[in-house]
Design a protein around this ligand. Structure first.
Ligand code: ZN
Length: 266
């Protein structure tokens, strides 16, 4: 899994997970589904991970489950205990030494259960921040190097000018930091904030050595909204509403995953 490229989609319930897996099955591509910490709290964890396993098997693909951006140790361990395949130990808001210690503690537990760990250096900022703040979160080369030699995480995310939510202006991505990270260590690089990046930018990232995981969240929520709006006149037919929303989510997932099939380097 770590040697192949995957999109990772943030899903929020059984239906959205099913729609993404249906899209992956359409392209015969494996996929990563991820839950935010807030969604993890709401889901019946074991039943959900069982569902993802069973449904992906049924569709003939592999779907891995990741706990995205989590800084609560108890929740990270609970995801490990409840069948998640990956967890993101997000200590990016902590001072570097604490981020390292946090990643190491979580990694020991996760690895002893065969679960992979993602961590982040620098801080990929959120939807509410201005571009200036986004720039401040960018990781330094020293921090990247120190983090990589001091931890044993499986996936590395670096803030390189990317952001969550909508980009108000086209981001100034520091591709050199992606190259720098993957030149120090042969570890899969994770791109956060993939929503709103053009296909051209996503393809360029996919062509870079070591870029293995691209996260998409906002674009799926936008698809959900579009489905809601399109189905508003079908409110007396819940099945029809579900179908329309499902198809919007699936279509967006396919449009992203196609970039790997046709534009990716592997
Ligand atoms: Zn993220």
């Amino acid at each position: 899994m770590r040697n192949q490229q995957h999109f990772a989609f943030n899903i929020w319930d059984f239906e959205s997970a099913k729609a993404v897996m249906d899209g992956a099955a359409f392209l015969k591509q494996d996929v990563i589904l991820q839950t935010s910490a807030g969604i993890f709290r709401k889901l019946p964890a074991r039943i959900f991970s069982d569902f993802v396993k069973k449904y992906s098997e049924f569709r003939g693909i592999q779907a891995w489950l990741n706990l995205d951006h989590c800084r609560e140790k108890e929740m990270l361990f609970s995801a490990v205990d409840n069948g998640w395949d990956m967890i993101m130990a997000d200590g990016s808001s902590m001072p570097l030494d604490q981020n390292i210690a946090f990643a190491n503690e979580v990694t020991v537990y996760a690895h002893s259960h065969g679960v992979l760990v993602e961590a982040e250096v620098g801080q990929v900022r959120g939807i509410e921040d201005e571009v200036m703040v986004q720039q401040e979160g960018i990781a330094s080369r020293d921090a990247i190097e120190k983090f990589l030699i001091s931890t044993n995480v499986d996936f590395i995310a670096v803030a390189f000018g990317n952001a969550h939510g909508d980009y108000k202006v086209a981001p100034n991505l520091r591709y050199d930091l992606v190259e720098y990270t993957t030149s120090i260590i042969d570890k899969p690089f994770v791109v956060h904030g993939g929503s709103g990046l053009s296909d051209q930018v996503l393809t360029r990232l996919l062509e870079m050595k070591g870029v293995k995981k691209l996260n998409i969240s906002t674009d799926l929520k936008r698809a959900y909204k579009k489905g809601m709006e399109k189905s508003v006149h079908n409110w007396t037919q819940p099945v029809k509403v579900s179908e329309i929303i499902h198809d919007e989510i699936m279509t967006v997932a396919i449009s992203k995953m196609k970039l790997i099939t046709f534009g990716g380097s592997e």
